[in-house]
Write a protein that binds this ligand. Structure first.
Ligand code: 13P
Length: 252
């Protein structure tokens, strides 16, 4: 990849204000690792405070509602997370697809809402273990992409795709680098079909049990433009281990 590797921490439902020290430490260290683009997606409640603590890295949300506003108790609009300091939002994470029944069509509407609000998006896709075992991984991911990606070549530069096999999330298991490369090359083809030439520039991240120990190997797979990191992004020490592996990769 010619662009800088993009390493994004998804804090999921972790973190109170005590976690701001980790964000500060990550931000300070990122100053010395400019070859890598670093971002954190804290819970909604910490977006504003994290934005104030961290001056260099990008801050994003983990989700947004597709509507501009209205009677949606407990939901947060794209404009609200943008106003709190988010520059991007994750949409379609498998935990939201599973826990909240989010459809591809809903994920697409969320992506458009985020882009309309002036943010970029990380659209997550990935197969379950049963789908992989039955040889359906590529077709499942194709269907998710075709249903979830925001429409129009002009939005391609606002889109990042994260390939996160559901069975690799939080399990300590990962696909082989060859399997990741195969899927990422497949995703590239789908992106080029969806967005034409602009599809060749969209970054494709790998996510699922990325740790400092395996980051170099996973990031070196073909078409891997970075990583979406859950558990290992919760401490500055382990997240920085991954960021440093990405910086090394870039030097080679
Ligand atoms: P883990 O890194 O904890 O496996 O989580 C991956 C993920 O879901 C990031 O969005």
């Amino acid at each position: 990849m010619t662009t800088r590797p993009y390493i994004v921490g998804n804090w999921k439902m972790h973190g109170t204000r005590a976690m701001l020290a980790e964000a500060r430490a990550i931000d300070r260290a990122a100053e010395r690792l400019l070859k890598v683009e670093v971002a954190i997606a804290p819970p909604f409640t910490l977006i504003h405070a994290t934005r104030k603590e961290a001056t260099l890295i990008a801050i994003g949300a983990q989700d947004c509602h597709p509507a501009d506003g209205g009677a949606h108790t407990g939901d947060i609009s794209a404009a609200m997370v943008k106003d709190a300091g988010a520059g991007f939002t994750i949409v379609g994470h498998s935990e939201r697809r599973a826990n909240h029944g989010e459809s591809n069509e809903l994920v697409k509407r969320k992506a458009h809402a985020a882009i309309d609000a002036g943010m970029s998006v990380i659209v997550c896709v990935g197969e379950t273990e049963a789908e992989r075992d039955s040889g359906k991984a590529a077709s499942v991911v194709t269907r998710q992409l075709n249903g979830s990606l925001p429409d129009g070549d002009e939005v391609a530069d606002k889109v990042t795709v994260a390939y996160e096999p559901v069975w690799a999330i939080g399990t300590g298991r990962t696909p082989t680098p060859d399997d990741i490369a195969d899927m990422h090359r497949h995703i590239r083809k789908v992106l080029e079909k969806a967005y034409g030439d602009a599809g060749s520039e969209v970054r494709i991240l790998y996510g699922g049990s990325v740790k400092p120990e395996n980051a170099a190997e996973l990031l070196s797979a073909d078409e891997v433009g970075g990583a979406l990191v859950g558990g290992a992004s919760l401490s500055a020490e382990s997240f920085l281990g991954i960021i440093m592996a990405a910086a090394e990769d870039e030097r080679e």
